[in-house]
Write a protein that binds this ligand. Structure first.
Ligand SMILES: Cc1ncc(COP(=O)(O)O)c(C=O)c1O
Length: 393
């Protein structure tokens, strides 16, 4: 059958790895799964309890508010004030979304159409590339290099801006960055906001790893930059920070006009997240506000187990300062395999699943991405398996 929008999509390369993983597990092999970024850490107990309690109340079984109930938006407003010293009006500057992914995808519908262009980092979390494409727009990839500070990226951004006509309407950003783990500071964000104001481009910052950072580094919210609200919106999600991936609770915050536009579109599309989930999310943010630190400590130890373990077997990787991933250049003796073949090799020979870099778009092929979603013992076992499999190291 012919379909619209999805026909041109390339086969999802992660699906190939997933199929191999399932096949191996069916054959009784205990694959250590560091592939998909699907958190294994439980959600805060207090939120789970509140969800169960609220689900028993029939009042909460009706349609809810698409933009999120007022107390939920207030809780995010308080979180931004506490954490980033950013003031947000819960009425006009916050809309609830069904995860950052849904928010970002529908946001592109109101920002972009045929004939428009978005600048998108590459390699990239796939929806950053596909959301503008689904909206009918063109995508210009902006290379995120190996410079961990994002300095290269800024230069590539200016270069891309200058070479595209008509001028891009939207710049997608996401730092700490999945998959490259590039992290930026507030000075960097300030330059981007200045650039956006000068060139009248809208900045969409996906802040999925706002709480996942190590070694004293604190990821900046773009809204900490004075004047950012004129040009920017940010997606904040409970998925990684509170380990609430399946709950589908996130927010788009910032520029009031853009918030109003997405709110309007969503009022046609959905009736909001199930109200008990919204109520439990309020409790998570208000009463488990330290939970993201606990989650972060777990990722920190896992990062060290993986990077130190791999370094000991001769696979040196710069430790990431943010995200729940390790972006690993394929070791030189295996480079010619490319990331898909190398990832398949790791499943069949080391019983370890990783994501091939090529799945994240141009620029990703020399790398594989480890997601820190298994415990330290399993990660150490994975490293031992890799040592046996990579005989050319
Ligand atoms: C950059 C980025 N944005 C968004 C998401 C998904 O967020 P959500 O669960 O809120 O849709 C992820 C998950 O891996 C991510 O890496």
């Amino acid at each position: 059958m012919e379909f619209r929008r999805i026909n041109g999509l390339p086969p999802y390369v992660f699906a190939e790895i997933n199929a191999l993983k399932i096949e191996a597990r069916r054959a009784g092999i205990d694959v250590i799964d560091l592939g998909f970024g699907n958190p294994d850490i439980p959600s805060p107990a207090i939120a789970v309890e509140k969800l169960a309690e609220a689900a028993h109340n029939p009042k909460n079984h009706r349609y809810s508010a698409s933009k999120g109930i007022p107390k939920l938006r207030e809780a995010v407003s308080n979180l931004y004030l506490r954490k980033f010293q950013v003031e947000l009006d819960p009425e006009t500057e916050i809309v609830t979304t069904i995860g950052a992914k849904e928010g970002l995808s529908h946001l592109m519908w109101v920002l972009l159409g045929p004939g428009d262009t978005a600048l998108v980092p590459s390699p990239s979390y796939p929806i950053h590339i596909y959301a503008p494409l689904f909206a009918g727009a063109d995508v210009r990839h902006v290379r995120v290099g190996n410079d961990p500070s994002g300095e290269d990226f800024f230069a590539h951004l200016v270069e891309a801006w200058e070479s595209v006509w008509p001028k891009p309407r939207v710049l997608v950003l996401s730092f700490p960055h999945n998959p490259t783990t590039t992290c930026v500071d507030l000075a960097w964000m300030t330059r981007v906001v200045e650039f956006a104001r000068e060139h009248e481009v809208i900045v969409v910052h996906d802040f999925a790893y706002s709480d996942t950072s190590f070694d004293g580094y604190s990821p900046p919210s773009i809204l900490q930059v004075p004047g950012a609200k004129e040009v920017a919106v940010e997606l904040y999600t409970l998925t990684k920070s509170f380990s609430m991936a399946g709950w589908r609770v996130a927010f788009m915050v910032g520029n009031a006009e853009i918030v109003a536009a997405l709110t309007k579109l969503k009022s046609y599309l959905d009736y909001g997240t199930f109200q008990p989930i919204q109520i439990a999310a309020i409790v998570a943010m208000n009463e488990a506000s330290e939970y993201p630190k606990e989650v972060n400590e777990i990722y920190h130890h896992r990062r060290d187990s993986l990077c130190d373990g791999l370094a000991r077997i001769g696979w040196e990787i710069t430790k990431p300062r943010g995200t729940m991933f390790v972006w690993a250049p394929i070791p030189a003796p295996y480079q010619e395999m490319g990331s898909l073949e190398f990832a398949k090799f790791l499943i069949s020979s080391a019983e370890v699943a990783v994501s091939p870099g090529v799945g994240f778009g141009p620029g990703g092929d020399g790398f594989v991405r480890f997601a820190l979603i298994e415990n330290e013992q399993r990660i150490s076992q994975g490293v031992r398996n890799i040592r046996k499999a990579l005989t050319r190291l």
